[in-house]
Every structure is written in structure tokens, then in C-alpha cells.
Ligand binder design. Sequence first.
Ligand code: GDP
Ligand code: MG
Length: 701
Amino acid sequence: MSEEIPADTAKNMAVQLINEDKEFSQGLPVYFNNCLGGRDIDQNYHVISVFGSQSSGKSTLLNLLFNTNFDTMDAHEKRQQTTKGIWLSHTQAVNTNRGVRSDPGSDIFILDVEGSDGAERGEDQDFERKAALFAIAVSEVMIINLWEQQIGLYQGNNMGLLKTVFEVNLSLFGKNSKRSDASSHSQKHKMLLLFVIRDHIGVTPLESLSSTLTSELENIWKDLSKPASCQDSTIYDFFDLKFVGLSHKILRADKFLEDVKNLGDNFSNKENNDEYLFKPEFHHMLPLDGWSMYSENCWDQIENNKDLDLPTQQILVARFKTDEIMNETLTKYFENYDSNIKPLILENNKDALIEMLVSIKVQSTGMYDDLASRYTKQIYLENRIKLLSKINDKFQETIELFIQGTSTELIDSLKKSLSTNDDETSSFNEILIEISKDITTRFHEFISNFKEKDLINEESIAELNAKFTKFLNKKQNELRAIQVKSIISQFKKNMNFAIKDNVISYLANPSDDVWDRVMSFFKRSMDELLIKFETTSDNSMKTYDFQVGFTPELNDTIYKRLRYIAWYLLNVTVHDYLKEDAVIGILREKFENSFRYDENDTPILWKDENQIDNAFKIAKEQALNIFGVLCIAKTTDNTEIIPDVRVEDVEVEDDLGIYHLERFAHIINEIQKEKILRQFRRQINLSVLDAKRSMITTTTH
Ligand code: GDP
Ligand code: MG
């Protein structure tokens, strides 16, 4: 495993990206951080790789061209053999005719492949193939380094390498080359093969060397076994080819340097430069922070001889990175969310809450967009939806909590609004419905404030509405129940007064038609008090009452209940009053009135016993007659009074208890009757005795 090498301003130090054991460096993030000094370069970077025979001067060229510090043979006499592996160096310093340029936005990463001279040993061939695959997967430009004298002579090594490069490239991009969707990045992807011809003496002009090389390359391409989908493809579908000659480094050192600078120009100056070497279609379109993961994944696949599918790799990276960015965003903006939101909820500060939520949403999506939009668009958008849904989930919770508080408050205000409402032309229920409507409107307005800012989704709105409606209905029913209760208790009170005052006075001094009077009074009072529950036209059909406004069903229930209560009160009053002693008293009074007093209420002065006996007989008859009337409640047409209500029709309240309505008329039973009569007789016999005594006294005078 290689160690990180700190960046050096003088020379750009390299890091061993893949070591001799074919392990991928874990020091890459640190290396990037060191050489970039924390700059975020996004996709503004380029990757170059170099291939060629061992000791063909690759590292020497790279170091000169890019101010890097790759190992060269000269520099490391001690180390006899160059280490196998792939080195990576960052540079901004390109050697050009305008000097060593270190332009901003000119970050280049260079891969120096070492030990790729694998004609002899099988194991090296394996590494060479893997290195080529890797270089193609991650770099935009591949420098192919070769000597002038190698050109034209069929050299197994070089051409073998190129064959490998072509094959590997086809395996990566060939299967997608005929794909119809033009948006696929891999389809448009190309790579630049930059042939650098070393020790170019100049006798053979570059053009003829180029054409020799080109035809060799085309021949290799022709003979290549290609996948079915790209049988007809040409080398130019996959590669751009460029050729550069460099003079002999030792024999023509000045010219060599000049050639290097000319080449450097094309790596650094893109303005008005047709020869500029980096083209957009070479780029792998990954932000640098994704590139390290991408290249590691690629190497892992390659090293384990797995199928390397670059679009999949890019998507994997995009997925991982956008996930990471999404989570960072959520952490950043929701870390203190609860504690920031809480006071606003407690203060019931809607505007501030909306403002805060909007700002969180704008800022967090802004952060995500900034960082994640650099990755595969589809994945970036997928995760953006995920992010928004997570933000929304969080918001829904808050908003629901907030709105529920408000809806509770609104609904609780219903009772107050109802009691302060002085509308006298509407019924209770109409007012209740009117105020409820008003509250509902205010509730909807409240929700729409959040909706306008796109802070609440339809699902939540539906849920909140349902809860609100349910809650409101419950409250309305409660208020109706209270209203019903108050109607009933009011009725009970009034009815009770009326009955107590009148019925008792009828009973206390009963006439023959006492029950007619009781009943006509009772019916009259009931009619008066029940008028609002009864329709005049059809007695069986109860309609809305003006002042209560309940449904016919509820009115009907209340109506029946009240009638039941009225009968109950009458029953209790009558039966309580007509107890044995009271009845005896009533009879006695009746008797005495008739026996002792004349029509002018003057006490009668008895003349003889006969007169007393006659009067006694009449008075007793009258009293007994009334007794008959009191014993059983019948109207004068001899109809027993039976309450016209049924227990089944009402929910009996606890304090009413159940009584036997059918026994209403039976006021005094046989045993009571005998007792009363015995008492009554004794008392009137005494009265007679008294009368006779008084007569004796008067006559003896
Ligand atoms: P690499 O193994 O391809 O990286 O080769 P090096 O850069 O280590 O160079 C190998 C040897 O070739 C060194 O001794 C260099 O001095 C020498 N060398 C480098 N560039 C040139 C060149 O342009 N012409 C000649 N003739 N020799 C070179
Ligand atoms: Mg080297």
C-alpha cells in the first residue's frame, strides 16, 4: 500500500495509485486534498495516461512536460529496476512556450504506468492488459510513447500493446456503440491516442510517419475480433489519433525542449487553438470527488477479472456520492431543526414558521443541487426527489402538529362564538352550522398559507381535513347534546312548577270532574311547552324547530322524551299527593264542608237529631262520591286515564327511573281504600257525635 506524498510547490510529487501488489491506494483523498489545497474543482480536470516500452523515456517526458516528479532511470541509479505499478501525479504546471503555466482551472492528473513491457512474461502481459483497461476507463488522453526507428518495422511489443488497447476499449465501449439512445454518454465517448515519436530525426517527415502508423493501426483494427454490434466500426468511432515528433533529447537538446513546449501549448491553451488536445467527449464527466471512488471501483472490477461496465460504475459512484451529499445536506439543515422550530410552534407564529421552512427548503435543496448535480443526471434527480420527500416528511410532522393546535383552538372557540351570537332570527342549529362554516373556512385559509409555499402535500392536507371534520363534528354533537340537555331541564323545571301549582290545587279540593280538569290543564301546559317540537298539521311528523333547528329525527326523540317527562312529573305529583292521610284529609274536608256549613258557609245550628242524621247522610255520600273519583283517575266520560307515551320510545335517564305508566290511573288500592274508609268513618262518626252533643247542650239551656 502506498503512502500519501504531500504536494510540493516546486515539483509535483506523485502517489503510487496502484502498487506492485496491485492494491489501490487508500491515500487518494488525502493526496487530492494536499495538492488541491481544498479547492473544489468539480469536473474541471483532465486525466492523461502514458503507455510505451520500458525505458522509452516516458517518465522523463512527463516530468519535463508537466513538472512532475516520476521516477526515471537517471534519477534512480540505485534502484536498478523501476517499480511496477501505476503512479499518479497532479499538476497545474505545463511547460509551454509561454513559460511554465499554472493556470487556474488547468488541473491535470497524470498516470505513469511502469513495468509494462510484458512481451516476455505471461504475468506482465496480465498486468499490461489490466493497466490498459484501467487507463482507458479513467483517462481522456493516452500518450503512446515510441521511437522513430520502431515505426514501420513490425515490432511485436508496441503493436501488441496497441492491439490490447483496442480490444480492451471495444470490451468497454463496443457493446454500447450501436445503442440508439443518443443521450448515452458512453456512446459518444472517445479517447485520444497521442503518439509521441521520440528521437525524431526529421529525415522522414512526421506526415509520412503518421500515415505509416495510421495504416498499421487500421490493419490491426481490421484484424481485431470485434463484437457483432461493431463489425463495421472503424478505429475512428472510438479514437482520435494525433501524432507528435520530438527531437533527440541528447543530440538536439534545445530542439527537444522546444518540441516539448510546443506539445505543452496544446495541453494548456484552449483559446483559439485548433490543436487543443482535451475535448469534452474524452471526459468521463465525474466530479473529482467521485473520480477517486470511480477509479477504485474500476480497478477492483479489473483486478478481480469482473466485467467492467463503465456506465454502471458511473451510476454506482453517482448513487453513492449523491446519497452522501443528500445525507450531509439533511444533517446540516436538520440537526437543530426541532429546537429551532419548537419556539415558533409554542408562539403559534405561523408566518415565522412558514418563513423558516421555506428557507430550510431553499437552502438545503440549493446545497444538494450545487454538489450533486455534477453526477449522472438521472441519479442526481432521483435522489433529489428522495431528499425533497425526506424534507417534506419532516415538514409534514411539524405542520400537522402546528395546524392541529390551531384547529383545536378554532373548534374550542365554537362554544364561545355560539354564546356570544345574538342572531335571533336563526335557530340554534343554524347558528351552529354557520359558525362551524366560518371556522372551517378559516382552517382552510390556514392550510392554504402552507400550500401556497408548497410546504404541505395533498396527502397531508386530506389527512388534516379529515381530522378537522371529525373533530368539528364531535364538538358540534357535544354542543347539541348540551343544548338538548338544557332544553330538557328547562322543560322539566317549567312543567314541574305548573303541575305542582295547579294539579295539587285541583286535587286538594276535588270536584266530580277533577280528572277532566287535571287532564285539560296537563294537556294545555304540555302543548304550550312542546309547541316548538310539534307540527300543527301532522302530529306524527316532527319537523325542524325554528329555535333549535335539529333534524326531524332528533326533534322527534326530544319530543317523545319531553312528553315522557311530563307524564312522569304528573304521575309523581298525583301519586305523591294522594297518599292515605291526604285523601282522608280531603274526604274529611269535603264531609265537614257539607255537614257543618250551609251554602253561605255559616255553621249549622242543629235543631233535632233527624236533621243531623240527614245532613250526615248527605255529607257522607258526597265525600264517598269524591273518594270514588280520587281512587281511580277517570274522566267524566268514564275513561280511565292512560298516559300516551311509551317507555320504549325514550332513553330513560337515571334520575327518572322506570315507573309503570299503565298504573297511572290506579291511585288507591283496595287495602288503602279500607284503611282510609275506616279512618274516615271514625272521624265523621266523631263529628256526628259532636253535633249531637252540641244539640243536647243547646236544648238543655
Ligand atoms: P521510462 O521507463 O519509459 O519511464 O524511461 P525513463 O524516462 O526512465 O528513461 C529511460 C532512459 O532513457 C533514461 O536513461 C533517459 O535518460 C533516456 N531518455 C529519456 N528521454 C530520452 C530521449 O528523448 N531520447 C533518448 N535517446 N533517451 C532518452
Ligand atoms: Mg518510467
